[in-house]
Every structure is written in structure tokens, then in C-alpha cells.
Ligand binder design. Structure first.
Ligand code: PLP
Length: 398
């Protein structure tokens, strides 16, 4: 049986996950999931929670006390951030340049926000001046923005926007679902008020937990709320009595998922954040060089390309879904298709966490070299993509 075939029963096939998440899981993280389950108030587990919080603070680069993991995926982190900060009729601005900005706007509307969306074309990012009129006109309490827009592959700079938002007495809420663990996210240094992420992208853990951090200004705003948070499950004041010293039961924590996230964070800190960011960049550069040799372009201009999510244009005339199916069936490689405006037009190739490895990048390029001519596209020199990627790796070793 080849690695890609399924054994009888419900044994999952072995895949190479190079889509927009989940990413490949390191064997140590998978092994952590299978450790004995303890109770959610067991002294062992409480110590593990403390250590998890400490590790999360290091990875978010923050001193924020209220740093923990929401039980739920990245979208639960988004919902937790929004519903805790926003009371009905509170003014909020959401920056929309792709699917996840749209989702944040939807969450804000459902939370009863008096919402103003500022939009930029898909594949672009916001400059501070794009936000200024909305800040002056709408006087928001909170501004929400996506740092790594996974639907377009665009990397949103945050430093100047954070300053501008604070100059207008608003708080900045940041989606770092795809960026955390793959590129610098400097919560304290950049002055980000609330930041959430998800376990299954660059953190390299299965989906199911959403790391989140609330800064002092955000906690103060939450303490001053006049109405209770509309979500009981995601109410950070209730959650803080479980994650804090009281240890009051709120909901049963996902124990084994916490083991997995803890192990994934330990791997990150063993590697070192800077080395990890450099690794993501190296594989992005190798992939990009290989794709260029195939004549495949990015959907985002070079200065704003994310390292971990490569949104590239499907060559004209190629059936993008058929290529993805063949990649999966014949090579066990998963890449993503386009969402929303980019549906049918782009492939989204992830090099996230444990997926960011030579074997994956070289394997994908080799598979594309083999498949693309079958699907009617052969305007490239055979072997050139592998050579170009290898060139990047060789230079990086010097
Ligand atoms: C994946 C993603 C989400 C949603 O996370 P889920 O884990 O799918 O709920 C939110 N924002 C961004 C930028 C994402 O990439």
C-alpha cells in the first residue's frame, strides 16, 4: 500500500497539507493528543494551562495577563474578540479586503455594532490614509483588521495603523490566524489591543483552539461594559475566572487539544521564533522561484506577499479544480482553491508550520511539472522549477 492509499476502515490517508490550513502536524504534536486524559481541574492540567499561557505570551510577544486559548477554531477567536469589545450600537470600523475581513464585519453586525466597512480591492492592503476618513467620520470605539488575509495572500502592515487608530481613541482588533507563528506578530511593541489566532495554520496543531490576547485597554473597556456579553461561552470575564487564580468551572476544557497546542508551542520555542520566521520565508522564496519558472504569477504585488500563503494565478485555460483533484489523488498533496472574488482564478498554496519543508515544496513543484501539461499547459522548461527552488535552498545554506 502506498502512503497515499487508505487502509480499510476509517484510517485517514496520509496527506501533504499545503492549502490554507490545516497544515501538516508534527509527530510529536499528534502523539501529545493521545496522552491520558485528566480532569479539567486536575492540578497537572492547571499547571499545563499556566505554562501554555506563558508560552502563548512569548509567541504573541506580550505581557498581557489575559492571554489564553479559546475552545473553538479561529472563527471562535474572532467572535470572542468582537463580542467582548462591542455592545449593541457601539461604533466599529472593519477593514475589508478579502473573505476574512468580510467575516469579521458579519460577526460585528450580528453583535449589534454600528458598523462602517472600509474596503480595498482584493489582493491589496490598507495604508493609514485609507482609514483616516472613516476614523474621523465614524469615531469608532474599535477598528478591526486582518493581518494575513488568507483569501488573497496579502500581508497587512500594522504599525502605523495602530498609531493612527490610537490617535483617534479607538482600540485595534487584529486577526492573526494565519500570521502567528509564521511571521512577526509584536503585540506589545506595535500596540495591538486584542489579537486572536487559530491552532491549525502556522502554529502547526490540529484545528480546535484559538489563542487570544487582550491588552490592558481592552480589559478596561470590557470591565466598563453596561450590558453583559451576548455570548455566555465566549465571555472573557467568565473565562478569566477559570484561566485565572480562581479556577472556577466554566466549561470543560478540551484537554487533549490543549496537550497538542502545548506541544506545538514547545516546538516553536525550541526552534526559536526568528529561525521559524526565516524558515517560512526561505520556503516561500523557493516556492516562488519554482512557480516563476513555471510561468505562474502571484495575485499580490511582491512587497505585500505573505510568506506562508501563496495565492497564485491559475494559468489561462487550465481547469484549476481538476489540477487540485489530481494533486490530491495522485500525489496526496492538498492545495487550496480561490474563495469569493478569487474563486476559479487562484490557487492558494500554504507553507505553514510543519508544512514549510524542502520535501513539500520540491514535491509540489515536481507534481505540477508532471500534471500541468496533462491539463493543457506546458509553457515551461522541464525541470526548471526544481532547479530554481534548489538554487534558493543552496544559496540559503551558504
Ligand atoms: C482560517 C482563518 C480564519 C478562520 O479560522 P477557522 O479556524 O477556520 O475558524 C479567520 N481568519 C483568517 C485570516 C483565517 O485564515
Amino acid at each position: 500500500m502506498s502512503a497515499n492509499e487508505r487502509a480499510p476502515g476509517w484510517n485517514p490517508p496520509i496527506r501533504i497539507l499545503m492549502g490554507p490550513g490545516p497544515s501538516d502536524i508534527h509527530p510529536r504534536v499528534l502523539a501529545a493528543l493521545a496522552r491520558p486524559t485528566v480532569g479539567h481541574l486536575d492540578p497537572f492540567y492547571l499547571q499545563l494551562m499556566d505554562d501554555l499561557q506563558q508560552k502563548l505570551r512569548q509567541i504573541f510577544r506580550t505581557e498581557n495577563r489575559m492571554t489564553f486559548a479559546v475552545s473553538g477554531t479561529g472563527s471562535a477567536g474572532m467572535e470572542a474578540a468582537v463580542v467582548n469589545l462591542i455592545e449593541p450600537a457601539d461604533r466599529m470600523v472593519v477593514c475589508v479586503k478579502g473573505v476574512f475581513g468580510q467575516r469579521m464585519a458579519d460577526v460585528a453586525r450580528r453583535a449589534g455594532a454600528d458598523l462602517l466597512c472600509v474596503e480595498r480591492p482584493w489582493g491589496s492592503v490598507f495604508q493609514p490614509e485609507d482609514l483616516l476618513p472613516a476614523l474621523e467620520r465614524h469615531r469608532p470605539k474599535v477598528v478591526g483588521i486582518v493581518m494575513a488575509e488568507t483569501s488573497t495572500g496579502a500581508s497587512q502592515p500594522l504599525v502605523e495603523i495602530a498609531k493612527l487608530v490610537h490617535d483617534h481613541q479607538a482600540l485595534l482588533l487584529v486577526d492573526a490566524v494565519t500570521s502567528l507563528g509564521g511571521m512577526p506578530v509584536e503585540v506589545d511593541r506595535w500596540g495591538l489591543d486584542v489579537v486572536y489566532s487559530g491552532s491549525q495554520k502556522c502554529l502547526g496543531c490540529p484545528p480546535g483552539l484559538a489563542p487570544i490576547t487582550f491588552g490592558p485597554a481592552a480589559m478596561e473597556l470590557i470591565q466598563r461594559r453596561k450590558s453583559p456579553v451576548a455570548s455566555w461561552y465566549l465571555d472573557v470575564r467568565l473565562l478569566s475566572s477559570y484561566w485565572g487564580s480562581e479556577r472556577a468551572y466554566h466549561h470543560t476544557a478540551p484537554i487533549n487539544m490543549t496537550y497538542a497546542l502545548h506541544e506545538a508551542l514547545a516546538l516553536i520555542l525550541e526552534e526559536g521564533l526568528d529561525a521559524r520566521f526565516a524558515r517560512h520565508l526561505r520556503h516561500h522564496r523557493a516556492l516562488k522561484a519554482g512557480l516563476a519558472a513555471l510561468g505562474i504569477d502571484y495575485a499580490v504585488e511582491p512587497s505585500y506577499q505573505l510568506p506562508m500563503l501563496n495565492a497564485v494565478r491559475v494559468p489561462a485555460g487550465v481547469d484549476e479544480g481538476a489540477v487540485r483533484r489530481a494533486l490530491l489523488e495522485r500525489f496526496g498533496i492538498e492545495i487550496g482553491g480561490g474563495l469569493g472574488e478569487f474563486r476559479g482564478k487562484v490557487w492558494r498554496i500554504g507553507v505553514m508550520g510543519y508544512s514549510a519543508r524542502e520535501a513539500n515544496v520540491l514535491g509540489l513543484l515536481a507534481a505540477l511539472e508532471q500534471l500541468l501539461p496533462e491539463f493543457g499547459y506546458s509553457k515551461f522548461d522541464k525541470g526548471a522549477s526544481i532547479a530554481a527552488a534548489n538554487q534558493v535552498y543552496v544559496e540559503a545554506l551558504k
